[in-house]
Design a protein around this ligand. Sequence first.
Ligand code: 5CU
Length: 384
Amino acid sequence: MASSTQKVVDIHTHMYPPAYVKILESRSTIPLVRSFPNSPDPRLILLEAEVPSLGVAAVTDDGATTTPTHVPGRPLTKHYSSLAQKIHFMDTHNISISVISLANPWLDFLSAEESGPQAKSINASFSAMCAEHPGRLYFFAALPLTAELATVLSSITEASELPYCRGVILGTSGLGKGLDDSDLLPIFSALAEANMTVFLHPHYGLPNEVWGPLASANYGHVLPLALGFPMETTIAVTRMYLAGVFDAVRGLRMILAHSGGTLPFLAGRIESCVLHDGHLVREGKVTAQRRTVWDVLREQIYLDAVIYSDVGLKAAVDAAGGADRLMFGTDHPFFPPLTSDEQGPWESVTLNAEAVNKAVGEGSEEAKGIMGGNAIRVLRLVGE
Ligand code: 5CU
């Protein structure tokens, strides 16, 4: 994947610590973990788009539990919660350092009372995993966004004091009203002051109706993952831009998952729609001094390189204003190989590494930056 002297850093790599899996096992609505008779591993069911197939799998015509032919969700293998497995995966792919994060949907579904203590304990478990492999692991903390503001703010302070924490992972729902909600400004300010980078990651996608009546029985997870996730990120960041969040918190730094969704491709159209919007012009929001979407992309936003093709990656490099704002990721443990040994190389990883080589040239300074140097610089990572 990369030469032995090159440090490869994976900034998009998830885990569910065992205590989090226990919470999912106890649930009857998504997100949940459920076992099915003809499935060797329990199944992890996360997405709204998986709910229709969950109903079909669980019940026959006479109401009895059945052995389904199509089990919903994805197998919950040890790749999700075993630290040894994460290290094995890193070694297999020559990854020197991983910045691990809780996978979606984080703590979004917990009550206000539960989320503060759960954030503390989950962040402590990530911290402990990093301490077991000093210099090889760092983490993005999870925030208890359903709790009171004071709890969220103190969890930012606590996380920032953990030696291996370099930021937070954030979904697009924020406090329940999205990321353009002005109530989030104290949280973004606190993150900026603590020098904590926000890793923005989708989960909710688009409403099921968008996928049409054939989708759940015929199209697997392709539509919500390939299209719903990136559109969700694009919409969330565009709403932040239109609400002036990036101007209000100039120190805010975000890494956008999946190379920014469709933002690199659509930024020009967003700009043009702003310039030509009568309402915004009348409100005096379209001034010569305003920062454009391009300015925000080049000053406050980094993009991961999880886009699986040099075509998308070139657009991401252009939109970000240079290859020095891109960072390699794998999305492990999602997208395992389906027809080869999971303990060997993963095609999802090699596709992303090959895209870097094709987009900026194998062995180039740009490629070295994307594969690791940029993350080491931006996230202040110190190797073994
Ligand atoms: O396969 C999936 O559903 C996912 C997911 O939920 N989260 C993620 O980061 N990648 C793939």
